[in-house]
Design a protein around this ligand. Structure first.
Ligand SMILES: *Cc1c(COP(=O)(O)O)cnc(C)c1O
Ligand code: SF4
Length: 466
């Protein structure tokens, strides 16, 4: 189906209307009707536990339906049977087959969700930054010295949901937008109290879900505040991959680009942290035009993604993705490891394997792709990169380092763990020779101080994991 007419002289599309599909209407999708009843029911079972939303662009232009159910973009948006453990699957399957009331199904769903580690790395309570007057800022996180995360309250949803996303509790209504903030005045006050902060990172959900008018209320008030130390505004977003029309032909696309322009003309760097999981997301005319439009405002686009089984656990795919990105003018930035939550057992790649994928991809590409760093875990102490495996005497060890640390002094210092082929997260690893990792005592101190006052955990999604 032809969705848009591309006219290169104008670089404009006639925008398709944004249409979302969720549990209530996914059976309207023509291609879904062709799947067996059984497959459709599987989507319903899992979709009652994990978040599920896709849209017409993803369905019509990204998913290769000949390849379903193995298609990577299908797995990225559509719930799959194996995303739940068998006992959880059976529980929801039975509830639906019995035709239980909605409320009862909801209760069972929450029961299952609570067993999926909905708040990894203590992100709920470790904790919220505060103003000097003691006001707690729930819509913000300040973990690394230079960068503060900001969660605008109207940006807490996305154009589609990634089935691996660790923000899933908020999409299924478990978290009541706990992280969201309605206005910027407290953010600005906080920045004035913390001159060490150079970067504001808008995150979510997806801040680009907001209409230009709304987004500009946040961004323009930051510009108007004339903060002397502010260098960069970052926006973490998957909109280029999920709804590129936001930047080309939606009714507020020009207004969005004008806003980006205002940032860069102020001499503030706008870094668009784009989340791409697969090269196909970079292949449509729509995304290429959107990239041109965003870059035309003077913004830079940096890219990040987790490495995911069933979606991109293949070095050649990563090499292709980075090369495509560089040829489109994007800057590869992070490869993440998925965290220990939700469907981790489905998507998770062991650390050692993730590092092999990174290495084998990195060896195939030129220097301009090698701005990428990874694989990295966004864990409680910081962003930890797995550098590889080495021999110490007769023993194998895993070499790591911090790319970001709660204590900046931890950054860039290599440290060793016992070799462990199955480990998927820093918590699974044991120090190579000492009893503790070198950062553990320091971390404990920081965390106990945090409990009393401020600080925060974790983390960016779009690629932060997300
Ligand atoms: C990743 C991340 C940042 C940004 O780190 P950079 O290395 O500067 O990209 C900031 N805060 C949190 C909590 C993060 O997870
Ligand atoms: S990874 Fe980003 S785009 Fe995907 S569901 Fe999570 S917040 Fe939304």
């Amino acid at each position: 189906m032809v969705l848009q007419q591309f006219d290169d002289s104008w670089g404009r599309f006639s925008s398709p209307l944004f249409k979302t599909y969720t549990l209530t209407n996914f059976r309207d999708i023509l291609q879904i009707k062709k799947l067996s009843q059984e497959k459709q029911f599987e989507i319903e079972v899992v979709g009652n536990v994990l978040p599920f939303k896709t849209n017409n662009y993803v369905v019509e232009q990204l998913i290769d339906w000949k390849n379903v159910p193995n298609d990577p973009i299908f797995a990225l948006n559509f719930p799959q049977r194996d995303m739940l453990k068998p006992k959880h699957y059976r529980k929801m399957e039975n509830a639906l087959k019995k035709g239980l009331e909605k409320k009862e199904i909801q209760r069972i769903a929450n029961e299952i969700r609570l067993q999926l580690n909905p708040h990894p790395a203590g992100q709920m309570e470790h904790n919220v930054p505060q103003l000097r007057d003691g006001t707690k800022l729930y819509g913000m996180q300040h973990k690394y010295k230079e960068t503060v995360l900001f969660f605008p309250s109207q940006g807490q949803t996305c154009h589609a949901y990634c089935s691996f996303c660790f923000r899933w509790p908020q999409f299924v209504g478990m978290e009541d937008l706990k992280f969201a903030m309605r206005e910027t005045s407290s953010l600005i006050q906080y920045l004035k109290e913390h001159p060490e902060i150079t970067d504001i990172l808008f995150t979510g959900g997806d801040p680009m879900i907001m209409k230009a008018k709304l987004l500009s209320r946040y961004i323009d008030s930051i510009l108007d505040a004339d903060l002397p130390n502010l260098q960069t505004i970052r926006i973490g977003s998957k909109a280029l991959a999920y709804w590129p029309y936001k930047f080309t032909s939606d009714d507020d696309s020009q207004e969005t680009l004008d806003l980006f322009n205002r940032v860069t003309r102020r001499g503030i760097h706008l870094s668009f942290m784009a989340h791409f999981n697969h090269p196909v997301e970079l292949s449509t005319d729509a995304v290429k035009a959107a990239i041109r439009a965003v870059r035309g405002t003077g913004a830079q686009i940096r890219t990040q993604s987790p490495v995911l089984k069933h979606i991109n656990d293949d070095p050649n795919l990563w090499a292709e993705m980075w090369k495509k990105q560089v040829s489109l003018g994007l800057i590869p930035y992070y490869m993440f490891v998925v965290r220990d939550t939700g469907a981790q057992h489905y998507f998770g790649v062991p650390l050692i394997r993730a590092q092999e994928i990174f290495r084998d991809a990195y060896q195939q590409v030129g220097g301009l792709c090698r701005t990428v760093r990874g694989p990295s875990m966004s864990s409680t102490p910081g962003k930890i990169q797995v550098l590889g495996v080495t021999n110490v005497g007769k023993l194998k060890a895993i070499v790591m380092r911090f790319l970001q640390g709660r204590d900046p002094k931890w950054v860039q210092i290599p440290f060793l763990a016992k070799y462990d082929k199955k480990a998927i997260w820093i918590d699974d690893l044991k120090p190579f020779s000492d009893k503790k990792f070198f950062f553990e005592d320091g971390l404990e101190k920081i965390l106990s101080k945090d409990m009393k006052s401020s600080g925060s955990d974790d983390s960016t999604v779009h690629g932060g994991p997300p």
